[in-house]
Write a protein that binds this ligand. Sequence first.
Ligand SMILES: CC(C)(COP(=O)(O)OP(=O)(O)OC[C@H]1O[C@@H](n2cnc3c(N)ncnc32)[C@H](O)[C@@H]1OP(=O)(O)O)[C@@H](O)C(=O)NCCC(=O)NCCS
Length: 148
Amino acid sequence: MSPEELAAIHRAAFTQERAWASSEFSDLLANPLTHLEAAAHGFALWRGIAGEAELLTIAVAPVAQARGIGTGLMTTWMSKAAKTCTEAVLDVAADNISALRLYQHYGFETIAKRPNYYRRPDGHADALIMRARLPFPVSKKSSGELRP
Ligand SMILES: CC(C)(COP(=O)(O)OP(=O)(O)OC[C@H]1O[C@@H](n2cnc3c(N)ncnc32)[C@H](O)[C@@H]1OP(=O)(O)O)[C@@H](O)C(=O)NCCC(=O)NCCS
């Protein structure tokens, strides 16, 4: 998936936050510590440093959401991360219900909060910092790995 395609999916998926430019994706992908997991209509970008895996972003195009693509991407990146890392971290807006549901299936728990971090048309939303142990517990929801 090209930086332009990544930027297009990101722009369509993140309706409330700043869209990342294709040049930002190019820069991230040039770093050997950054990994891209791509699927039809979606992708996850993560980075593994010193035993900690950080989810930089995950996005599925709105037309393809709620069909299990995000679940498949989570299983793929966390399975790969578990080979070298013992924990995974991410941050998410507290009002992002679909992302929170997704992360909870993978054992993520809130460890810190940044109050009013995200700006919204009618105010602000907190950022939640979440952490999960790796390898993640395999549940019925998380058992299907995406094919490359
Ligand atoms: C979060 C995101 C990646 C999930 O991808 P997805 O392909 O829709 O995920 P899945 O189909 O595997 O569903 C995962 C969970 O989200 C829920 N969900 C997905 N889309 C939803 C929607 N529009 N409204 C409510 N819940 C939704 C599903 O019901 C499922 O939860 P459940 O299994 O408990 O029912 C996707 O919604 C997205 O790209 N959102 C915009 C970008 C974003 O917020 N990224 C995360 C930033 S931290």
